[in-house]
Design a binder for this molecule. Structure first.
Ligand SMILES: [Zn+2]
Length: 674
């Protein structure tokens, strides 16, 4: 592009705009007047007709210059024409009718390039009025440019959401983002408060970053976002939909005249799967697929259907939901197509999720998610306080998460299972942060002091940590290694890292990346890292948190103390399971950004199952009830003497803890309780 020339174009266009009489042309009128569809990007070729897909008209018209609506969110099924309609038509409108600076975001630079070739270039070359505008300029340059399209009075930036540079410096009046749920959920940098310090993190919300693009147009901007949703609570488009006015398309039943939103549960089919129909939710009337041409057109445009907002008090941000049930005949799947598709995939969670996202335009929700809510977990806080060891808690481990500017640590308590073969019980004992630059020594000295703390249980007995797992995958691998090898440590400390493969166990049997000597031989008791099956650990945590919802407090597997802050619980449930990716992914929302409470649990829980620690198990590796008996006698002995006859005669036996792989002095091993 050529800056001086384009500046001149901008100025002359501004001058011509000033004298041009301005009607109140809407985007849909502009498209009906001018837009041509190309075989490159559309099902149907020829003149654009908004009436062909009535559900798009209002969405398009919110983008019109005179509409008071500023933000438009579309949560949709795939292939419903939102890209061709609101996106491409409004770009034509803002190029020809109301020129201004525009930014279009796609999730990645690759997606942007594909979109440009398939969707945008046909507008430039096959809609005559646009072709004329572009032809007056160096059209070839414009066509070949991937990231900027310029013409009289307008400039369109085409950006990829995975490229932080795409967000910087540019200013636009119209910002449009397609496929929002495919955007990476953190771009650029931001600061966040941890304890009483501000910490710089590399997490930026793409929607907020886009929002900062139209700051110079506070009263005239347009912000369009659309996407097929993904997973409940992890979906950006769901979040945006919920912050808008929440519109759904109400159609009139051709038989009884009652208005309703088309719902998947009301679509029925015969056993042979040769016919599908819709059951009116008011009077059970049969609504036929062929009647779509009758009930889909909207009020004022030959029909009676209408968008109705759930939150009409929100006026500047309209959010729309579109499902494939509304696809006009010939422009998408029929109800029968959908039923056949559903029958094929409904038993497979991964395929079912895709069906729900792509065809119903709805989020996938794990059935357990309802029970994992911050306030629900907070209510479970037990009759012990933060930092206190309650009865039954006989072993302690710690998980440490490493950040650039701080360390998060968690003390996790372990106790005997309540039933034979049942899960061991756990108590969150203490959660905290050590602030300071983790390239320095001070935080690590502070961590060592924390690790060596002696706690006193409710029977007055001293307890110390049995083992510690420290995250070594962050930027501080070298510092973690130096710390783990400190000769002064009196507790087994292991470097751990989340495995990139799906391990079916909490922690690997052997260490990875061991230190080797000059001859290439592994150094015995040298440094290594231990892979952790994070998915396995999270399954265990979330599975038990869900199961605890139906248990008495005295039977909880995961116990919380009084006094944990709400941020702790938000962090603990900061991820949800994605059946498609087969792993846990972050929930959206600022309150879920801190996942250290979750990671620390994973490290503390996994390290208890390290082959040299093996909490609750005998030497064979099998669960050993005597393990707990011995500890209970040692740590809660007075209680046992009072309650259990004869128990006082049994002398507590101190079994030396096995040496760990690192050359770690275990100090007074009796204190570890084995
Ligand atoms: Zn009816």
């Amino acid at each position: 592009m050529n800056a001086p020339v384009s500046a001149r174009h901008l100025m002359s266009a501004a001058a011509s705009r000033a004298v041009r009489p301005r009607g109140r042309l809407t985007v849909s009128q502009w498209a009906d007047n001018h837009r041509k569809l190309s075989s490159k990007g559309s099902n149907e070729v020829g003149n654009w007709r908004t009436a062909r897909n009535p559900i798009l008209r209002e969405i398009m018209d919110c983008l019109s210059l005179h509409s008071p609506v500023r933000e438009i969110t579309v949560m949709k099924s795939s292939q419903v024409g939102v890209t061709d309609g609101p996106f491409i038509c409004s770009l034509g409108y803002y190029m020809e009718y109301a020129p201004c600076p525009v930014m279009v975001f796609m999730p990645t630079l690759e997606a942007r390039d594909t979109w440009k070739v398939q969707k945008f270039n046909p507008l430039l070359t096959e809609t005559p009025i646009i072709r004329n505008i572009m032809g007056g300029l160096r059209s070839r340059d414009a066509q070949h440019s991937k990231d900027v399209i310029e013409g009289p009075g307008f400039i369109i930036f085409l950006a990829g959401g995975n490229s932080p540079n795409s967000y910087a410096q540019k200013s636009a009046k119209v910002v449009e983002a397609d496929d929002l749920d495919r955007f990476t959920d953190s771009v650029g940098e931001s600061t966040r408060k941890v304890g009483d310090q501000k910490v710089r993190t590399s997490e930026g919300d793409p929607v907020e970053l886009m929002r900062s693009r139209f700051k110079s147009f506070p009263n005239s901007y347009k912000f369009l976002k659309a996407s097929t949703p993904t997973i409940k609570d992890a979906s950006l488009i769901e979040r945006e939909f919920n912050s808008g006015d929440g519109r759904r398309y109400h159609i009139e039943c051709p038989s009884c005249g009652e208005f309703q939103v088309l719902k998947w549960s009301n679509v029925k089919a015969n056993v042979q799967m040769t016919e599908a129909w819709y059951v009116c939710e008011h009077n059970g009337c049969i609504i036929h697929h062929q009647d779509k041409a009758k009930f889909l057109p909207e009020m004022g445009h030959g029909g009676t259907a209408r968008w109705i907002p759930e939150r009409p008090e929100i006026t500047k941000h309209r959010s729309y939901h579109i499902s494939a049930l509304y696809a006009p005949i010939g422009l998408g799947p029929s109800w029968l197509d959908l039923m056949i598709h559903f029958k094929r995939v409904h038993k497979n969670p991964q395929q079912l999720m895709t069906f729900i996202n792509s065809n119903l335009g709805e989020c996938w929700e794990d059935r357990s998610a309802e029970k994992l809510k911050t306030n629900e977990l907070q209510k479970r806080a037990g009759n012990y306080t933060h930092g206190e060891i309650p009865p039954g808690c006989l072993v302690l481990t710690m998980g440490v998460d490493t950040q650039d500017k701080w360390l998060a640590y968690k003390w996790l308590g372990w106790g005997a299972p309540l039933t034979d073969g049942g899960p061991m019980r756990h108590w969150i004992i203490k959660y905290g942060a050590i602030l300071g630059d983790t390239t320095g020594y001070q935080v690590w000295d502070d961590l060592e002091a924390e690790i060596h703390l002696t706690m006193v249980n409710s029977y007055g007995k001293e307890m110390r940590l049995r083992a510690v797992g420290i995250d070594s995958r962050g930027h501080r691998g070298e510092q973690v290694k130096n710390f783990v090898m400190r000769p002064s440590l009196k507790v087994p400390v292991y470097a751990v890292q989340g495995s990139t493969t799906h391990m079916g166990r909490a922690i690997a049997q052997t260490g990875s990346y061991p230190n080797k000597g000059k001859t290439g031989k592994v150094i015995k008791h040298g440094y290594c890292t231990w892979n952790i099956g994070t998915e396995h650990c999270k399954d265990y945590l979330f599975g038990n948190l869900v199961a605890d919802a139906d248990r008495q407090q005295s039977e909880y597997v995961i116990n919380f103390p009084q006094g944990l802050e709400v941020e702790y619980y938000d962090g603990l449930i900061s991820e949800v399971y994605d059946p498609e990716k087969k792993r846990y992914i972050p929930r959206v929302g600022a309150k879920y950004k801190r996942n250290e409470p979750l990671d620390c649990f994973v490290y503390a829980w996994a390290i208890g199952q390290h082959r040299d620690i093996n909490i609750g198990r005998g030497r064979s590796g099998r669960p050993d009830p005597r393990y707990w008996e011995r500890l209970a006698v040692t740590l809660e002995g007075e209680y046992k003497v009072e309650k259990v006859e004869g128990a006082g005669e049994e002398k507590p036996r101190a079994i030396p803890a096995p040496m760990s792989d690192g050359k770690i002095s275990l100090g007074n091993s009796k204190r570890f309780g084995r």
